[in-house]
Design a protein around this ligand. Sequence first.
Ligand code: WT7
Length: 626
Amino acid sequence: MSDRTSRQQPSDLDAFWLKEAERLDWMTKPSKAGNWSWAEDDLRIAWFEDGVLNASVQCLDRHVAAHPDRTAIIWEGDSPDVSERITYREAFEEVCRMANVLKARGVRKGDRVILYMPMVPEAAYAMLACARIGAVHSVVFGGFSPEALASRIEDCGATAIITADGGRRGGKTIPLKANVDKALEKASGIRLVLMVQVTDEKVAFEDGRDLWWHEARDDVTPDCPPEPMKAEDPLFILYTSGSTGKPKGVVHTTGGYMTYAAYTHEKVFRVEPEREVYWCTADVGWITGHSYIVYGPLANGCTTLMFEGVPSYPDAGRMWAVVEKHEVAVLYTAPTAVRALMRESDELVTKHDRSSLRLLGSVGEPINPEAWRWYHEVPGEGRCDIVDTWWQTETGGIMITPLPGDPMDKPAAATKPLPGIVPAILDADGKPIEGPGEGGLVITQSWPGQARTVWGDHERFVQTYFSTYKGAYFTGDGARRDEDGDYWITGRLDDVLNVSGHRMGTAEIESALITHKAAAEAAVVGYPHDVKGQGVHCYVILKEGYEPSDELALELKKTVREEIGPVATPDRVQLAPGLPKTRSGKIMRRILRKIAEGHPDQLGDTSTLAEPEIVDKLIEGAKGFK
Ligand code: WT7
């Protein structure tokens, strides 16, 4: 019935990917594509192994040669009065300068550099400067706390940090440098803190360690030869949450990741580089910012818009004001933003000229059909296609998505995999479900953008992704396939939450809660939230001698902000007399979820509980929440 169903898959995957790798400028061309095994006892993933390249060359040098004056980055400030256009030549020179500053301060190939940056062009320069000298960057989102920053510094053994005095968001400032200073009271090994002046606020300065970018940049030349990197040399580490333990450092390498970022960006968004403006509203602290603000669009020579602020400032019409101001053709954003904006008057959208818009993208979490329709009809005037792109930090780029020109008759379906991607749906026994059905979503063949390992813990990588189903990469998501063979993502099957498109582990939040002196035990679950997609509901058991109070609940929320960051702030803290446990002591999360969801009538069998009477008290206690 639709074009979708006829989307062609290549018959020879290796030949297909080797051809796709030709979109890059290699110093030494690869002679072969994949070399991988997903056997649990011999797990290895490599792509284009004998190729040599530099990621920053893909994003800069070849465009400087061909079109130096094309705008690489349009920067839109937090304040609607401030914006800047940066050409490919200017970006190249700034990146080279920053690379030279890092080099002069002893940063070498293979060293890890933490980026803790606001959304300013220097964030992109910093990523590319690391890439240029072969240093491995790890961007930490500015919404993470000093505590979380410190644990990432330690985990990857970073020796340098690139940050700013502060960041601006929605008229407020975020004390980035002060957070770095706090983190460095805990974490050791940092020899350089390179600081971009953004907010002009007063910050502490440690001689010998700290360095102002605006001063250092004048001491170096705007040219820096690119370090030749093997395709499998790491390009970056990005921390992401799982169902257990601390966030893991997902490792992406150079040749495969760059091929995949460039390939998917072109295939899905079809930007005309010389004419169109492309805008992804993510933060560079997430994988979406890596692949679709920096590496993908710049590799393809596009004009990428970087927005410092938030969609609600100065008012909820800001996104459409930016679309109008910069004549944006492709807008790629998260459902949470769409849901927040659709609650406001449509006039905030329609008063802005959106005739430049051609394509709308959605990413990071399920989009509900209602939000999809509003996005399509109001901002998109019913004429812009929507690409609802499913992928993950670990996949490096988009995996399953509609493409422009596909029939838009299935709001919120992920539809079909991109050519080269081979998903399957498995039942509880690990058997593939052919035809219509629902189960665990896996990928059965490696692809170049796939994460290679977890930094410092390859065993965890094997366990997390390859032990649930033999010989397949398990995504952690469930999916359904319909009669047309189209995929629908049904949501996480593990204890990972998705709050406003931000991935969070329940175990992580639980560990944060019990650092509070009054907390004996905690259990965290998600519940449906109108705007955020999921909200965070915490059940906390107090230690003897502590009485439940609103103040204590607030303090516990604050503890999570301090331990993880504002991004993880709980929506609800329920001080509970106990948790529903089986006689063997296992917490029955299903019951906690149902109570938080407001469905105490659907608890099912509670007879196996050690103390069944706890359930009624929990239901009673949850009544106070909206
Ligand atoms: C998880 C990955 C995608 C990059 C940014 C988030 C959920 C992501 C969709 C979508 C339904 C989606 C999945 C996935 N997710 N995109 N279009 N529809 N769910 O990357 O932080 O690694 O999170 O986000 O559950 O596993 P991430």
